[in-house]
Design a protein. Structure first.
Length: 74
């Protein structure tokens, strides 16, 4: 679990979890790399930009505004 003001992954970055993954950011989340969870993947934020690849058994996005440029897969 990550909790903070802002979270960003870079284009070449990888974020992996053997279980569930939760990202909570008050301001913004930018996902440009690869995010993979063997369990559920959840993002809660005001503003989401998604350019990378995200995979989880269930992918849940909670955002007031979102820009999506890639794919989610479950």
């Amino acid at each position: 679990m990550f909790k903070g003001e802002r979270f960003e992954t870079l284009a070449g970055g990888q974020l992996q979890s053997e279980g569930n993954m939760l990202l909570q950011a008050n301001n913004s989340v930018t996902l440009s790399g690869t995010q993979a969870a063997k369990g559920a993947f959840t993002v809660n934020t005001d503003s989401l930009t998604h350019r990378g690849n995200t995979k989880g058994i269930a992918v849940t996005i909670g955002a007031k505004t979102a820009r999506h440029q890639r794919k989610y897969s479950g």
